[in-house]
Ligand binder design. Structure first.
Ligand code: F6P
Length: 361
């Protein structure tokens, strides 16, 4: 008999996480009368002494929490527990400590909310610790395999679309080419969707090669027809023409994606008559209030995940498919990614609208 479950959010945060924690809590409490514990900061809460966990009740969600971005449980996208950490001068694999934390908590099952990477790590930990597990996909990148929509993606696309709406008037006022750099890691879903919805003239995604010359020709063509400005959306992992990704080395020594917008801005400025300006949208794509769609998916995922536990269907992950919630074996999803395919119908839509989307032929 399941009596006690835990929930954690792992990896980069996004909009809709509080809504899914709420859905899990309401379903587990109201339908099954289980105890629910929220683990703080991904698996980090399990390494604390005493454990950093909070008991969740429907009352926690009577206020505005479900409408807010972020995750009130906190998350962590650094520190894979299987990688060695230093403790008391010794290098240790912290996965055993995390498992020990789960055992201390004494749960019958865990719901983990994460992207492809986090789901893979949680799969390994729960397998090693023999912990019953159900996964829920979230990521603004929308790159979880077999899953049409991850929690947080719709909101991120909305934010990027709004940014284009706000860039267009200022682009037109100053006759400029505005470049918007969006997130998405190695997948171009945010750029492609927001680019179409936000009326971009050029959309660049990591999955399709482009040439600066073709972008310049496209802008000149628009100008020759009387347009005084242009909008370009570029995904952060688009490579420079030399085939290298644009990256930034941070003070912590980590190399992160960043800079492709500026690279394009300079290149286009040099070979066209257009003045360029660059906006890097960054983490605002993650912190906004969730759209209705993200709240709906989060709610459906949360209820379904709890019902899977009630049926003792473990090692499953919930997915969104054909306008509803389904579930698959975790091994079919965890660790795999989903990028934009060459035959994605939206590529045809973009081309049909006259958008330059790279060298597709
Ligand atoms: O995976 C989500 C994501 O927002 C990516 O789109 C982005 O590249 C990355 O996380 C940013 O991570 P961080 O929060 O560490 O800057």
């Amino acid at each position: 008999m399941v009596k006690k479950i835990a929930i954690l959010t792992s990896g980069g945060d996004c909009a809709g996480l509080n809504a899914v924690i709420r859905a899990v809590t309401l379903r587990a409490h109201n339908k099954y009368n289980w105890e629910i514990y929220g683990i703080k900061d991904g698996t980090l809460g399990l390494l604390k002494e005493p454990l950093d966990v909070i008991k969740l009740n429907p009352q926690n969600f009577e206020g505005s929490l479900m409408r807010m971005g972020g995750t009130f449980l906190g998350s962590n996208n650094k520190g894979n527990p299987f990688k060695k950490i230093i403790r008391n001068g010794k290098k240790i694999d912290s996965s055993d400590l995390v498992i020990e934390g789960f055992k201390k908590l004494g749960i019958d099952a865990l719901i983990g909310i994460g992207g492809d990477g986090s789901l893979k790590i949680l799969q390994s930990i729960t397998k090693k610790g023999n912990i019953n597990f159900v996964g829920i996909p979230k990521t603004i990148d929308n790159d979880v395999k077999h899953n049409e929509l991850s929690i947080g993606y719709d909101t991120a696309v909305d934010v990027a679309t709004n940014a284009l709406d706000m860039l267009q008037p200022t682009a037109a006022s100053h006759r400029r080419v505005m470049i918007l750099e969006v997130m998405g890691r190695d997948a171009g879903h945010i750029a492609l969707n927001a680019g179409i919805a936000g009326g971009a003239d050029v959309i660049l995604i990591p999955e399709i090669q482009y040439s600066i010359k073709s972008i310049a020709d496209h802008i000149e063509k628009l100008r020759s027809k009387g347009r005084n400005h242009a909008l370009i959306v570029v995904a952060e992992a688009v490579k420079k023409e030399n085939g290298k990704k644009a990256t930034v080395k941070y003070v912590d020594g980590e190399v992160r994606l960043g800079g492709i917008g500026n690279y394009l801005g300079d290149a286009i400025y040099k070979i066209t008559d257009s003045e360029t300006r660059v906006t890097v949208l960054g983490h605002v794509q993650r912190g906004a209030q969730p759209t209705h769609r993200d709240r709906l998916i989060a709610s459906a995922f949360g209820v379904h995940a709890v019902d899977l536990i009630a049926k003792k269907k473990f090692n499953r992950v919930v997915i969104w498919k054909d306008r509803g919630v389904q579930d698959l074996m975790l091994s079919q999803v965890a660790g795999y990614s989903k990028t934009v395919q060459k035959n994605d119908p939206l590529i045809k839509v973009a081309e049909g609208l006259g958008i330059y989307i790279g060298e597709t032929n």
